[in-house]
Design a protein around this ligand. Structure first.
Ligand code: C2E
Ligand code: MG
Ligand code: MG
Ligand code: MG
Length: 292
């Protein structure tokens, strides 16, 4: 009986394994094509100042407009892209798109502090990373202080000399650095002392759970205090309710991001909802965020 169960389990396992390998191969093939045919596009999600409800920044989040499967979310392909060595092409594509878009928004009178771009640890550790950022800023004539780079603690784990140098060079350009998914990594927090960090983005899981779990609430409030005491901007990710918005404001968090204001949206929808059309000035804003 045990043997039979074992065999069934093995078959189940090998079947799901072969499916996922199959999927990987398809994704890998399609992804190369997608990069060439510009099927990867950036969506943008607003960040707002909790005190004033003004939108101060946007985060670029990649989407794959697949010709057969429709819109694919990043968690379906980022990991594969990292494994097959294509992630930097995605990151650079989104970075360039964000810089071009920043210029357009500035020209349209959208007063943004920054656009934030996610950079994979693999991209961060590439030799051409810094020079690519410099090259793209120069080519598009965007000043560095319009850009925030989001990295995870993961990216800072190995080779802290390298990280320190890259971050210092980005800072010289005016680029700010955010630690994404803060509170979920395994690294020691000494990098907050040793490296030049500007922003902590508290992982959504804390915002999801603090109301049901007292310990999560204590950690959340203390992360905010820690960030504030170090003079960092603290962003809460994944705010979905007004209750969360009020609590986080009370805890001292400055900035919010989440569905309460808006989901990540394509440029046309950002423009329709948040950018004042010069002629009409008509905006359809949710009460939880407004144009700066
Ligand atoms: P992230 O950088 O932590 O981005 C935040 C994620 O939370 C986004 O998921 C966003 O849509 C989602 N989110 C924001 N507010 C809410 C909310 O109120 N409720 C819910 N349920 N979700 C919310 P998304 O767009 O699926 O991206 C997932 C992850 O994929 C990102 O997490 C980031 O790690 C990665 N990613 C996205 N774009 C890029 C990229 O261009 N390069 C790299 N390397 N990674 C990227
Ligand atoms: Mg991010
Ligand atoms: Mg995050
Ligand atoms: Mg995340």
């Amino acid at each position: 009986h045990a043997k039979e169960m074992g065999r069934n389990r093995f078959e189940l396992h090998s079947q799901s394994l072969s499916t996922s390998v199959q999927q990987r191969i398809t994704i890998e093939h399609d992804l190369r094509e997608a990069l060439q045919e510009r099927q990867l596009i950036a969506y943008y999600q607003p960040q707002w100042e909790l005190q004033t409800k003004e939108i101060t920044a946007l985060e670029a989040l990649v989407r794959w407009q697949h010709p057969e499967h429709g819109l694919i979310a990043p968690d379906q392909f980022i990991e594969v892209a990292e494994k097959i060595g294509l992630i930097h092409l995605i990151d650079y594509l989104v970075l360039e798109d964000s810089l071009k878009q920043t210029l357009r928004w500035h020209a349209q009178g959208f007063k943004l502090k920054q656009v934030a771009v996610n950079i994979s640890p693999y991209t961060f550790h590439r030799q051409d990373f810094l020079s690519t950022v410099v090259e793209l800023l120069t080519r598009h004539q965007v000043s560095g202080d319009s850009l925030e780079i989001e990295i995870t603690e993961h990216a800072l784990l190995e080779d802290s000399d390298y990280s320190r140098e890259v971050l210092a060079n980005l800072k010289k350009l005016g680029v700010t650095i955010a630690i994404d998914d803060f509170g979920t990594g395994f690294s020691s927090m000494s990098y907050l002392r040793d490296l030049q960090i500007d922003t902590l983005k508290i992982d959504k899981s804390f915002i999801d759970q603090y109301q049901d779990n007292a310990a999560t609430g204590i950690i959340l409030r203390n992360i905010i205090q820690l960030g504030r005491s170090l003079g960092l901007n603290v962003v809460a990710e994944g705010i979905e309710t007004e209750r969360q918005e009020q609590d986080l404001t009370r805890f001292g968090c400055q900035t919010g991001q989440g569905y309460l204001c808006a989901k990540p949206l394509p440029v046309e929808q950002i423009n329709a909802q948040f950018v004042p059309a010069k002629a009409s000035n008509v905006l359809t804003l949710k009460p939880n965020c407004k144009q700066r």
